[in-house]
Design a protein around this ligand. Structure first.
Ligand SMILES: *Cc1c(COP(=O)(O)O)cnc(C)c1O
Length: 269
């Protein structure tokens, strides 16, 4: 997009995101993020209705989740099954609140995910696909899934290597409880948009190529990419889902290095 001034990342805002607590404050936070999403869509001529905002509530207390619900959130993202399960149990009185598990899953947690989650965005192994499907059959449920791709080449990130995705997708149709919706990625965590943008471009290019020949029952329209620091760039590159935590719920107490142990090779946060 050489005709654009480069859209900056916002990783430097870490620790500065205000923490809403009331319903009204959540409404404002959500409206602020939505306005930035819509502006990013307009810059590249996309319809804002084609981009879903997934609020990510990890580490935040039940009271914040309730206020977010009151402000209109009906799906929340959590990166660990343990925390998502605990919150799902605590919020049983909100039956139309749905859960998206966005972090790596071990097979021994598949049973729980099959019970309560509506969406799983970090599928990257057939063992997990098989374990999830088995439990979904027992529960009589289905699950929307995104296949996670490692677009940054960093060893610390989960996800399939781009070259392995086509073969992986061919194995998925037998798991009828899994409804494949698209691809998901985490970009390199860097201040430099020139390093972030290629991760998103890679995912989109991969999706466009794979979509020409998708296995039966597999849908690849979805591109889950972009978080608080880089969702505008992701939208410019075709994201259909952005996963925004701190930009809505406020800064987390722990630094991002807690979640992504080796976040950057160039030394920038
Ligand atoms: C925490 C998390 C996000 C959101 O990150 P923020 O910086 O809080 O917006 C997005 N995706 C995944 C997989 C996460 O774990």
């Amino acid at each position: 997009m050489s005709f654009l001034l480069e859209t900056p990342t916002r990783h430097e805002a870490h620790g500065l995101y205000p923490e809403p607590s009331t319903e009204e404050e959540f409404r404002q936070a959500l409206a602020g993020v939505r306005a930035r999403m819509d502006a990013a869509c307009r810059r590249v001529g996309r319809d804002p209705a084609g981009v879903r905002l997934l609020p990510v509530s990890k580490t935040k207390p039940e009271s914040s989740l309730r206020a977010a619900y009151a402000a209109g959130c009906r799906m929340l993202g959590e990166n660990t099954v343990q925390e998502a399960w605990r919150k799902w149990e605590a919020l049983q009185d909100l039956p139309d609140l749905r859960w998206s598990v966005i972090g790596h899953l071990q097979t021994n947690k598949a049973r729980q995910v099959a019970r309560f989650a509506s969406e799983f965005q970090a599928l990257d192994s057939l063992r997990v696909a098989e374990a999830l499907d088995r439990r979904l059959q027992v529960e009589g449920r289905g699950l929307d899934v995104f296949v996670q791709v490692n677009t940054s080449g960093e060893a610390s990130k989960y996800g399939l290597a781009p070259r392995d995705v086509a073969a992986f997708l061919r194995n998925l149709p037998v798991y009828s409880g899994l409804r494949v919706r698209g691809l998901m990625t985490l970009a390199v965590f860097s201040h430099d948009p020139a390093r972030v943008r290629p991760c998103f471009q890679l995912l989109r290019g991969l999706r466009d190529r794979l979509r020409q020949n998708v296995p039966r029952g597999v849908e690849l329209d979805g591109l889950s990419m972009g978080m608080s620091g880089d969702f505008e760039i992701a939208i410019e590159e075709g994201a259909t889902v952005v996963r925004v935590g701190q930009g809505i719920f406020g800064a987390r107490a722990l630094p991002d290095s807690h979640y992504w142990p080796v976040i950057c090779q160039d030394g920038s946060p």
